[in-house]
Design a protein around this ligand. Structure first.
Ligand code: PSU
Ligand code: MN
Length: 307
């Protein structure tokens, strides 16, 4: 095994036995939510994976290794320490070489999951094509990574801090199979609707698992984006969210925020402006995605054992 890869003993055992494992990202913990809600959420998500019959693997970088499954102490440090790196593919070599504490984005987490052989990863929202892309060329590394890693990502779609139509186009170009889960529409994170129609729909976890098996039996590179809308009862007021997003984009523009700082800046801005309403919705949709991701991981492990 690679010395830069550290598998938590529970994760190692589960993978060796062909049991279901669900990857979780750490950027939402370090850069996506305020303390202590971030730590409570991270622990709750791991609990939900176990409750659903799988093993959680929160992925992060520390002490020169990519950790596939974090210790309780590491989770606490990620949630509370200042200066935690935000790690995508380009940052990984230096984060490892300098032995810093790093939180992996969707893209960084996908690298770890793929190296470890974890087929399902549940998160909140993915990165994508930013608004104003023709000026900034800002397209998240999440997109090319979903095109490479053989992992199904469960998310509540993407926030309209992004250009959602262009994000879907970029996913199509990259060959990422986007599946609406019990929906025909691409969900927009805090809200269920975006007005954008998806090409494919699945209505249960076993349909998703069969598509995963088909794609990877053929040895096609890349994965899936399973788009799981936030439950109706937890969805935010669309106009409230839209106003907060517009204000955040304007504030980011005038403060000159760009590059890897932009997404964390916008997330924090929206959390503050909506006075916790968005944070609550964020936690609910994460729990919902983790429950679905776990069900998909269980189904996929069952299919693989049977074949
Ligand atoms: N979008 C969200 N919540 C998040 C992120 C995105 O709604 O927490 C995080 C994820 O870790 C994602 C990263 O991979 O931001 C994307 O950052 P960037 O736009 O810099 O690629
Ligand atoms: Mn970017």
């Amino acid at each position: 095994m690679n010395t830069h890869l550290h598998l938590h003993p529970d994760v190692r055992t589960a993978l060796q036995n062909g049991e279901p494992v669900v990857a979780l990202e750490s950027t939402i913990v370090a850069h996506g939510m305020p303390y202590p809600a971030n730590l409570e959420t991270a622990r709750q998500l791991e609990f939900l994976v176990r409750e659903g019959g799988a093993t959680p693997a929160t992925i992060a970088v520390a002490n020169g290794q990519m950790h596939i499954g974090c210790s309780a102490d590491m989770l606490e440090s990620l949630a509370s320490e200042e200066g935690v790196w935000k790690v995508s593919r380009r940052d990984l070599p230096m984060a490892l070489a300098q032995k810093v504490l790093g939180a992996t984005t969707v893209s960084g987490t996908l690298i770890g999951a793929d190296l470890a052989g974890i087929s399902v990863f549940a998160t909140g929202g993915i990165g994508g094509v930013h608004r104003g892309v023709s000026e900034t060329w800002d397209i998240s590394a999440d997109i090319p990574e979903m095109a490479r890693a053989r992992v199904a990502v469960v998310s509540a779609g993407a926030k309209s801090i992004l250009d959602l139509p262009k994000t879907l186009e970029a996913l199509e170009t990259s060959g990422v199979s986007v599946l609406g889960y019990q929906t025909d529409e691409f969900p927009a994170f805090f809200v269920r609707e975006s007005g954008l129609t998806l090409p494919h729909r699945c209505d249960n976890a076993s349909q998703v698992a069969r598509a995963m098996q088909a794609k990877w039996d053929l040895e096609l590179a890349g994965g899936f984006l399973v788009a799981n809308p936030i439950p109706e009862e937890h969805a935010a007021d669309p106009s409230l969210v839209q106003t907060a997003i517009e204000a955040g984009l304007e504030a980011a523009r005038s403060a000159g925020i760009k590059g890897k700082q932009l997404t964390p800046y916008l997330l924090q801005f929206i959390n503050e402006v909506t006075e916790g309403a968005s944070l609550k919705a964020n936690r609910k949709l994460l729990e919902h995605n983790v429950a679905l991701g776990t069900a998909i991981a269980v189904e996929y492990a069952r299919l693989k054992k049977a074949s």
